[in-house]
Design a protein around this ligand. Structure first.
Ligand SMILES: *[C@@H]1O[C@H](CO)[C@@H](O)[C@H](O)[C@H]1NC(C)=O
Ligand SMILES: *[C@@H]1O[C@H](CO)[C@@H](O)[C@H](O)[C@H]1NC(C)=O
Ligand SMILES: *[C@@H]1O[C@H](CO)[C@@H](O)[C@H](O)[C@H]1NC(C)=O
Length: 441
């Protein structure tokens, strides 16, 4: 359980990017100091980047904003040398370097101003900076419009995309070579931002999401940044955040994929317009809740139970099983959904499901029964059925430290699934705390 507690502990706050517009009325509206720029008036940003802690910085002229809400402040208060040395009142481009093989650069924030590069870590300018662009990024022109990091897996190799007009310079950080592309279909980006594996080109007060390799835009863009990336009065659909009371937490499902990312699924109809999910390893980018359809578009009505097996995620809703193959993006496997009966040999509504690390038997909770299904067998069927002392379970999880079953805002810990079924005495429940989930006590 230590792992889960540790992972849960990473959460900072339950941030909803898709809160219902109706909730806007409750949102605290920022106090506006008329001497400072107001991003709710619809600004065009010079640069947008996260820092090494995952706080997103938005730059405009001599000012910046920290995070998705809060007033503007002078950039030189956070990044002293940006105009101390050069008296340059703007940033052309900024990005957070992704180069895990090179600890001296990894997670540093790079700023490009005219033909100069500034590298910061912990808000301190690195020795030897500023430098000329060609020293750090040979082949990249001066006076850029935007830049964004693109890690291996999302781009072929660790890279930085530099934008100037419709030209995109793809700089491979390992080989230090440049490939030039032209994306005339994309608006000219004045800033570019990678957020939770997606890529955004900001232009005017709008943004357009693009594919980092092809530049392809899919979906309806542009969208107004004020609806998504900042909290503004009279702008709905997002940007707003609400912290759920810990006593109101109710999960639908929880799972960890084989790369160790943990996902929570929930349906807080009171504060969001549909089922959501949160990913726990994203604390570097802030913890955010997303509409479930953003990643699993076939599951608009949410999930009852989820478990991960090898590189696949099994998602159960009503009496259907949806199997997704996943790495960065999840895709529904051809032929799915299939019925629970056909896939796992189970009939009726399922409450929770979990698989312990390196095992091949999934444990399914259905009412007060624990059903075991051997995933290596064909066809699959229930191999063991045991009564459990608990009822109304919402979600189950198994990690290296054991099993946790969630019921409302409480959870119960067991060393093994067998102990869950065999213990007569219900253990003392643990309460989901603000420390674990960032909820409000
Ligand atoms: C930051 O910039 C403002 C306005 O340009 C200036 O008045 C102030 O002295 C600067 N502060 C620092 C710490 O350099
Ligand atoms: C970060 O900077 C602050 C003050 O500028 C300093 O106290 C702290 O030790 C630094 N942290 C690291 C990890 O370098
Ligand atoms: C922003 O996008 C909307 C469409 O969503 C468009 O009508 C508007 O002209 C755009 N504004 C700017 C400044 O790009």
């Amino acid at each position: 359980m230590e792992l889960l507690t540790k992972t849960l502990f990473l959460c900072a706050a339950l941030t909803l990017t898709n809160a219902a517009p109706a909730q806007q009325a409750d949102a605290a509206v920022e106090e506006v100091d008329p001497s400072l720029p107001n991003r709710c008036e619809g600004l065009e940003f010079d640069a947008v980047t996260p820092d090494e802690k995952g706080i997103t910085f938005f730059f405009k002229g001599a000012h910046l904003w920290k995070g998705f809400h809060g007033p503007a402040q002078l950039s030189n208060e956070s990044f002293k040398e940006l105009d101390d040395l050069h008296n340059i009142g703007h940033v052309d481009a900024a990005f957070r370097m992704h180069d895990p093989d090179n600890a001296d650069d990894h997670d540093h924030i790079y700023f490009i101003l005219d033909d100069k590069v500034f590298s910061y870590y912990n808000h301190t300018l690195e020795e030897g900076y500023p430098r000329q662009i060609e020293e750090d990024f040979p082949g990249i022109p001066a006076h850029l419009d935007a830049a964004v990091e693109c890690p291996k897996g999302e781009c072929g190799d660790d890279a930085v995309l530099f934008f100037k007009g419709h030209d995109v310079y793809v700089f491979d950080t390992t080989t230090k070579t440049v490939k030039t592309k032209s994306w005339p279909h994309l608006p000219v980006c004045t800033s570019a931002f990678r957020w939770l594996e997606h890529y955004y080109c900001f232009h005017g007060h709008n943004f357009t999401r693009f594919h980092p390799v092809t530049g392809e835009v899919s979906g309806s863009y542009p969208k107004d940044a004020r609806n998504y990336f900042m909290r503004c009065p009279n702008f709905g659909h997002g940007g707003d955040y609400q912290v759920i009371k810990c006593s109101d937490v109710k999960l639908d499902a929880i799972t960890a994929d084989d790369t160790g990312k943990t996902y929570f699924f929930a349906d807080y109809s009171s504060i969001s317009s549909g089922p959501i999910y949160m990913r726990l390893d994203t604390s570097r980018d802030g913890l955010h809740a997303f509409p479930i359809t953003r990643t699993w578009k076939e599951l608009a009505r949410g999930v009852d139970a989820v478990f991960s097996y090898s590189d696949k995620m099994y998602m159960i809703k009503d009496e259907m099983v949806y199997i997704y193959k996943g790495a960065v993006h999840y895709t529904l496997i051809d032929g799915y959904p299939k019925s629970l009966k056909e896939e796992l040999g189970i009939e009726g509504h399922v409450d929770a499901a979990f698989l312990c690390p390196n095992e091949h038997t999934v444990h399914v909770i259905q009412g007060q029964k624990l059903l075991d299904v051997d995933l290596t067998a064909t066809p699959r069927s229930v191999t063991q059925e045991m009564p459990i002392p608990l009822s109304d379970i919402d979600a189950g999880f198994c990690g290296p430290q054991g099993v946790a079953v969630f019921k409302g805002s409480q959870y119960y810990k067991y060393q093994t699934a067998m102990l869950l079924a065999s213990s007569r005495i219900i253990p003392r429940p643990h309460i989901i705390t603000s420390e674990m989930m960032g909820c409000r006590d």
